[in-house]
Write a protein that binds this ligand. Structure first.
Ligand code: AMP
Length: 443
């Protein structure tokens, strides 16, 4: 255990009265400005695309009834079996901090009678998810996802659109991704396929990892996408879902693939792709950095069709399709590729001050410049002019305004050209037009 970690086995010492400091819990991390600038950039790209396609933002609570996820995601999934932060609250209610958002969006669709809205209802979300997984690279206990959900249409174009928009967001961030895609069919074709799959694996049971031995009886589809080498080797020759699709499911899938081809989305057919959650049917897909990277790198995102979820949660049968992307993973990849978010705020003018009276007035001067549209910077907590000018230099501003005791009395301000070092006194009342004129000569 690290020195700073608090431990309830520590014996309190009379002499040591100093308070222990705290650290984030395992698998959780603070997002500092170095990372949050990526978050803001990604948020802007997602919002831009969502708005142009008429997709509205939905915010659902972080805490939901535990049963929502048990019923929605499925009892025998990793998430529900091992990873939910669930507890009984002071009022005796069984609650869970959301591990994903699709079940919540489906709940909201039913709760707010969205069935009576024009269909399909198109929603996007952005927020924290919590899963008590074993923390490792790219796997946190608290992470962020954004996602799109299109509810109320079984048209294959909706699946293609969801995949296309995911691809476009990645492109807007400068990431070239590939989209593995598969169809896992409907309940009927899946029942048949399940039997064929179990028949294939049963004689090879001893060669599977311990988890897959259990999966074979509980959730045999998950054996297909197990990351263990020995299980992957067996899945190469396993029967493929696409060979067991009914006519409707096959036609649906062929149309999705055809639309994506038309849209030039780099898809790869991946027969072993099944996704881990029970609510998926027909189209499933993931987002990978590249085909070669996929074995080493976990998926950036994924999604698919979930035609049965709304009914499973007590609503009318309503087809739907969606996706979710992990923001921390995207940031990690952007960093590793040396991609920086574009600088959105480049100050042009620095406001420096000298003396108590000037300090008092400089914030108003700053506001006057800011509200007139000039990009300004300051460090009013510093008193020394040298330190302020150093910061102005570092920020790369074109001009610094220096307000001192004398200038306040005269109603003037000193304008310093940072390139030449020339300084001149200007009328405080004309500071905005003067600066605008000077700045215009740079553009
Ligand atoms: P899922 O909801 O499991 O389909 O995950 C969708 C995406 O969320 C994944 O592709 C990851 O990018 C991200 N994600 C899921 N679990 C985690 C985690 N434990 N830590 C970080 N990102 C995650």
């Amino acid at each position: 255990m690290s020195k700073n970690k608090t431990s309830n086995t520590d014996t309190p010492s009379k002499k040591n009265t100093s308070k222990k400091s705290f650290q984030t819990l395992r698998g959780m991390k603070d997002i500092l400005p170095e990372d949050s600038k990526y978050f803001l950039w990604i948020f802007d790209q997602v919002r831009d695309i969502a708005e142009s396609y008429g997709i509205g933002l939905i915010e659902t609570p972080i805490l939901e009834p535990t049963d929502l996820f048990v019923r929605g995601i499925g009892k025998q999934t990793d998430i529900v079996e091992k990873e939910m932060f669930s507890f009984v609250d002071q009022g005796g209610d069984k609650v869970t901090i959301r591990p994903e958002a699709t079940a919540s969006v489906a709940r909201a669709y039913i709760e707010h009678g969205m069935l009576s809205w024009p269909q399909p209802v198109k929603l996007w979300y952005w927020g924290k998810m919590l899963r008590r997984e074993r923390p490792q690279s790219g796997r946190l206990r608290e992470f962020h996802q954004f996602g799109f959900e299109i509810i109320g249409s079984d048209d294959p174009m909706v699946d293609a659109q969801i995949i296309f928009l995911t691809y476009k967001i990645m492109q807007s961030l400068g990431l070239e991704v590939v989209i593995p895609i598969n169809s896992i069919g409907c309940n009927e074709c899946r029942a048949h396929y399940r039997k064929v799959l179990v028949d294939y694996y049963k004689p090879k049971r001893s060669e599977l990892c311990d988890d897959c031995k259990k999966r074979l009886t509980k959730n045999p589809f998950r054996v297909l996408d197990c990351k263990e080498n020995k299980c992957q080797a067996l899945s190469v020759d396993a029967p493929q879902t696409v060979d067991y699709l009914c006519d409707d499911c096959r036609n649906h899938f062929m149309k999705v693939v055809d639309y994506l081809d038309e849209l030039d989305v780099p898809c790869i057919l991946k027969p072993t792709l099944v996704r881990g959650l029970d609510y998926y049917n027909r189209t499933v897909f993931e987002v990978w950095l590249s085909e070669e990277e996929s074995s080493r790198q976990s998926a950036l995102g994924g999604g698919g069709r979930y035609d049965g979820l709304i009914e499973m949660l007590g609503g009318r049968p309503t087809p739907a399709s969606g996706m979710a992307v992990g923001i921390e993973r995207v940031v990690k990849v952007l960093r590793s590729q040396g991609i920086e978010p574009p600088r959105t705020y480049q100050p042009e003018v620095f406001v420096a001050q000298l003396g108590e009276e000037a300090k008092r007035k400089s914030l108003l001067l700053f506001e006057e410049l800011r509200t007139s549209g000039i990009k300004v910077a300051e460090n009013l907590a510093k008193d020394g002019l040298k330190a302020q000018l150093e910061l102005a230099n570092k920020l790369g501003v074109k001009f610094t305004l220096i307000l001192g005791q004398k200038e306040i009395l005269d109603g003037t301000v000193m304008l310093r050209d940072m390139e030449s070092g020339n300084q001149e006194i200007i009328d405080l009342k004309k500071v905005v037009p003067t600066l605008k004129k000077r700045l215009a000569s740079f553009s």
